[in-house]
Design a protein around this ligand. Structure first.
Ligand code: GLP
Length: 241
């Protein structure tokens, strides 16, 4: 793993955005794996600036998001589809028909998961997978457990995850109880992984992920088995590394 710690935000977002931009410059048809959460927002904002400055184009790229809440319609303000539109897609030249987010409102969720995996299989592998990490070590919505699913699947969200995400909803009762997530196996198929971690509340999770044992109780620790992972940490997240 290539672990980089940054003392200022500017360098953090510039490094993350440059990695994405240089991939698109060398491979305009790149397949991007995208993540939500607060950690990647600065990188998305910088990519929008780069696009506006003519430094990067997404016109031929395609994207696959990691996860989506079950039961929120795509146009719900807290759906991950809305998040992506708001922070990235609406501001760049990507063809929306080539952007993919699991459909959490699908009538048949199992069929939706299978179809998502099939699309990844046909159009992948992902060239660059952006990831965040939950304070319990989850990636996507793959929660710590005795075993992990490889492919896209429906997951019951842990109370800790619902509490962490309650800040975006009127109350904890409004936070969905389930999500669709790409599995750890699908995530590890990406050619390169860019893990973005910000905040002191992530310090323990990221230390376990990169220095702890490889265990399904810390899903992010499975990233240690991948040959090409870049980890960007801010000062808070990197304080124990
Ligand atoms: C959610 C997402 C994860 C994300 C995590 C951390 O649970 N499903 O993919 O990594 O939040 O988010 P943040 O960056 O806001 O801490």
């Amino acid at each position: 793993m290539n672990i980089m710690k940054f003392h200022n935000d500017e360098d953090f977002v510039q490094t993350g955005a440059s990695l994405v931009a240089s991939l698109l410059q060398s491979n305009p048809k790149a397949v991007l794996g995208l993540a939500t959460g607060s950690s990647p927002i600065g990188v998305y904002e910088r990519l929008v600036q780069m696009y506006r400055g003519g430094l990067v184009s997404f016109a031929k790229a395609s994207s696959y998001n990691l996860d989506e809440y079950v039961g929120l319609p795509a146009d719900h303000p807290e759906s991950y589809r809305s998040f992506m539109n708001k922070h990235l897609f609406s501001h760049i030249d990507i063809d929306l028909s080539r952007t993919h987010v699991p459909n959490g409102s699908a009538k048949d969720l199992e069929a939706e998961c299978l179809a998502y995996d099939q699309m990844l299989e046909n159009n992948g592998p992902v060239d660059l997978q952006i990831l965040g990490i939950g304070s319990n070590g989850h990636i996507g919505f793959n929660e710590p457990d005795a075993g992990l699913n490889s492919g896209t699947h429906v997951v019951d969200l842990l109370q800790a995850t619902r509490e962490a995400n309650a800040r975006f909803f009127p109350s904890i009762d409004d936070v969905p109880r389930q999500a669709i997530t790409m599995g750890v196996g699908s995530i590890l198929k990406a050619k390169q992984i860019l893990l973005l971690v910000r905040g002191a509340e992530k310090a323990e999770a990221i230390r376990n992920a990169v220095q702890g044992p490889i265990t399904t109780q810390c899903p992010a620790s499975l990233l240690q088995t991948h040959p090409n992972v870049v980890v960007l940490l801010d000062e808070g997240a990197g304080q124990w590394l």
